[in-house]
Design a protein around this ligand. Structure first.
Ligand code: ADP
Ligand code: MG
Length: 334
C-alpha cells in the first residue's frame, strides 16, 4: 500500500478513506455490540443497586436489639434456605445446624456447595429466604444489624486492595481504630504479617498502591495478608469468619497461621467472649484443627462432627480427606 501513497494520483487518499471506512464499520459494529453488552450490564447493575437501596432502607428503618455482650449458647440455624435475590436457584436448602459458642468450626464442600453463601447469611449480608438464624436464642433478624456487624469480623478470598498507608489499610477493619497503630500492629502479628511490614520502606506508614506516586505495590499474597490482618483488628468479635482468606498463601503458611490462631482462640479472653470462628478451607491440614466440621454438598448439609467422627463414618468427608491425603503422599514421593 505504501507505493499508492507516492503515485500522485490521489489513490492514497482513497485508500485511506477505505481503511477508515472498514475501521468505522468495525467501530460501529463494536459500539453496537458494546451498547448491548453495557445495556445488559447496566440493567443488572441497576437491579442490584435498587435491591441494595431497599436493603439499606430496611436496615435503617429497623432499630433492633443490641447484640449480646458474649455468646453463651452460640448460633443455631433452623431449617434455613436461601436463594439470591432475583434468582430461582436455591443455594442453601433446609439447613439446621448448631454452631456452639467458643468453637472453631470448619466448612467443607466443593466449589459452589454454598459455603460462602452460608457465611454471608451469618454476617447478615443477606437474610434467609426461609427458616431462622438464632444468636443465643434471639432471631438474628431482630438484632440491630449495625450492632451485629460491629461484632463480626472477617477475611475473605475476594478482598479489596485499600490503597492507603499500611496502618489504615489494616485499620479499616475496625473504623473507630483506623488510626490506632497499636491495634494495627497487633492485627499484623495475628495475621503473621509482621515480616511483610518490616520489609517496606516506611513500615506502617508506607503508602500502598501504584495509584500514588511513591506508592508501593504488593504481590497478590501480600495484599491478601493485609486483608487477613484487617479481619484480625477487632479484639472481641462474637463471630470471626475466615472464608479462604489464605488461598494465595502456601499450605504450610496457612497451617502455621491457623495453628497459632487455634492456640490463641483457646486462651481465656477469647473463651470468655464465646467467640465462634467459622473457617472455610480446602486444605485438610487446616480443617483438621477445627473442633467441628460441617460438610455441605449441592446446597445441603450432609455431614457434621469432629474430624475423627467424620473419618470413622466413611462418608463424603472421609472420601475427600483420603483423596487429599493420598495426593499429598504421592507429591512427597515425587
Ligand atoms: N451473588 C450471587 N448471586 C447469585 N448466585 C450466586 C451469588 N453468589 C454465589 N452464587 C451461587 O450460589 C451457589 C453457591 O455459591 P457459594 O456460596 O459461593 O459456594 P462456595 O463458597 O461453596 O464455593 C453457586 O451456584 C453460585 O453460583
Ligand atoms: Mg466460597
Amino acid at each position: 500500500m505504501v507505493y499508492a501513497a507516492t503515485d500522485g494520483t490521489g489513490a492514497s487518499d482513497v485508500l485511506l478513506v477505505l481503511a477508515a471506512g472498514s475501521r468505522l464499520a468495525e467501530y460501529v459494529n463494536n459500539t453496537v455490540t458494546q451498547t448491548q453488552f453495557y445495556r445488559s450490564i447496566w440493567l443488572d447493575v441497576s437491579r442490584r443497586l435498587a435491591w441494595l437501596e431497599d436493603f439499606a432502607e430496611a436496615d435503617r428503618a429497623e432499630a433492633g436489639r443490641a447484640a449480646p455482650e458474649r455468646l453463651g449458647r452460640g448460633i443455631q440455624l433452623e431449617n434455613v434456605s436461601f436463594r439470591y435475590p432475583g434468582s430461582e436457584k436455591p443455594v442453601l436448602e433446609d439447613i439446621s445446624l448448631d454452631l456452639p459458642a467458643g468453637k472453631v468450626i470448619a466448612l467443607v464442600g466443593e466449589n459452589g456447595a454454598g459455603k460462602s453463601s452460608l457465611v454471608k447469611l451469618l454476617c447478615r449480608f443477606y437474610a434467609p429466604t426461609a427458616g431462622t438464624i438464632r444468636v443465643d436464642g434471639t432471631d438474628l433478624a431482630a438484632l440491630s444489624s449495625a450492632d451485629w456487624r460491629a461484632r463480626v469480623s472477617g477475611a475473605f478470598q475476594d478482598f479489596f486492595r485499600f490503597e492507603y498507608p499500611v496502618y489504615q489499610s489494616v485499620g479499616v477493619g475496625d473504623l473507630p481504630r483506623l488510626d490506632d497503630p497499636a491495634a494495627t500492629r497487633t492485627a499484623l502479628v495475628r495475621a503473621g504479617a509482621e515480616d511483610l511490614v518490616s520489609g517496606l520502606p516506611h513500615g506502617l506508614d508506607t503508602q500502598l498502591g501504584t495509584a500514588w506516586e511513591k506508592g508501593v505495590d504488593l504481590s497478590h499474597g501480600q495484599w491478601q495478608k493485609i486483608a487477613l490482618a484487617r479481619g484480625f483488628v477487632r479484639d472481641t468479635p462474637l463471630l470471626l469468619v475466615l472464608d479462604e482468606p489464605t488461598s494465595a498463601l502456601d499450605a504450610e503458611m496457612e497451617h502455621a497461621l491457623f495453628e497459632r490462631y487455634a492456640q490463641a482462640a483457646r486462651d481465656e479472653r477469647q473463651r470468655d467472649s464465646g467467640r465462634i470462628t467459622l473457617l472455610v478451607s480446602h486444605r485438610f491440614s487446616t480443617i483438621q484443627m477445627a473442633d467441628l466440621i460441617v460438610v455441605l454438598d449441592g446446597s445441603r448439609l450432609v455431614e457434621y462432627g469432629t474430624h475423627e467422627e467424620l473419618v470413622a463414618r466413611r462418608g463424603q468427608y472421609h472420601d475427600l480427606y483420603s483423596l487429599q491425603a493420598s495426593s499429598y503422599r504421592a507429591g512427597a514421593r515425587r
